[in-house]
Design a protein around this ligand. Sequence first.
Ligand code: DP6
Length: 326
Amino acid sequence: MHYTARAHTNIALLKYWGKVDEAIITPTTTSISLTLNEFYTDTTVWFDKTLASDQLVLDGETISGTAAQKVSRFLNIVRDMAGFNDKAYIISTNNVPTAAGLASSASAFAALAGAASKAAGLDLSVTELSRLARHGSGSATRSIFGGFANWVPGDDRTSFATPIFEKVDWPIQLMTVIINDQPKKVGSRLGMQHAKNTAPFYKVWVKLANSQVADMISAIQQHDLVKLGELAEANALQMHAMNATSVPPFNYLTDKSWQVIMIAQELRNQGIPVYATMDAGPNVKLISRPEDTSIIKKALTDVVTSSQIIIASPGPGIKVTSGDKI
Ligand code: DP6
C-alpha cells in the first residue's frame, strides 16, 4: 500500500541547540516553533518484499550514501515497530528552497514518519508520530503540528512536541532574507554538538533558554507580536553568541546578516514591529505583521534584491493520504 505525507517545515522561535542523548535525539532545552505554509516536503512510501535494499528518490534523483543511510536507519525503527523487515521505496519532493536555509530535515523526517508508519500498517497518534519523527531530526518533532508547537526535553517516551495553537488566526508572517544560498559550512548537528561540548556558557544558555518558555507561550496566547519577537530575537542572538565562544569558535552570520539585524532594529525605532531570527546559516528571518511587508522590503533594498526575499505565513500540520498524491 502506498501512502503519501505532506509535512511543512518550521522556524524555531526558541531554538533547539544541543542534545542530551545523541542516539535518540533528546534536546537539552524546550523549543517553540511556528510551522510555515509555503515550505513543505511530500513523501510517498511503500514496502516491497522483493527489494534487497531501500530505494530513495529525492527530487527526481536516486540517492545513495549518507543521506540514504540516514533514511534507512530511520525506516529500521518503523520496521521494528511494525515487526517486519521489508525494504521500501521512498519518493520525496522538497518544496523548501534549499537557498532559504530553512531546515528541510524538519519537513523531510516529519513527512517520512507519516508516510512510512502508515505504509507499514501502523496507525500512530500525532504524539507517537512526533516522537518517531524526532529520531530522524530534532526539528522534525515539531513539524507534525501546524501553527505553534512546543517540543520538550525528556526520555525516549516523554520527549515529543505538542501544539500550542494549530490554527493561527492573527497576523504574523516570516520573511526570509536570503544572504547566501551555499550549503552551510558547519551543519546544525555538528554545530550544536560542538557548542555543547566546548562553549563555556552552554549551561547558562540552557537555563536561560528554558526560562524563556513560559513568556513565549504567554506571548503566543496573547497574540503579542512584540513580546514574541523580542524573545525570539534575544534567543537567536544568544545561540549565535554561544557559537562564537565555542572552542574553536564558529559563526554562521555574515556582515550582511548583521546589516539585516540592524535594519530590523532601526525599523523598530520607527515603530514597526519586526524581529530577526537566524538558524545554522547566514540567512535572516524577519518576524513581522503582513501589513508592514512593503516598508520592510524598502528598508532592505540596499542589502538584497526582492528576489532574495521569501514570505511565508503560518502553516498546517501533517497530512497523510493513501496513494501517491496529496
Ligand atoms: C538551529 O533539527 O537540523 O534550526 O536534530 O541534529 O537533525 P538534528 O538537528 P536539526 O537542528 C535544528 C537547529 C536549528 C534550531 C531549531 O530548529 O530549533
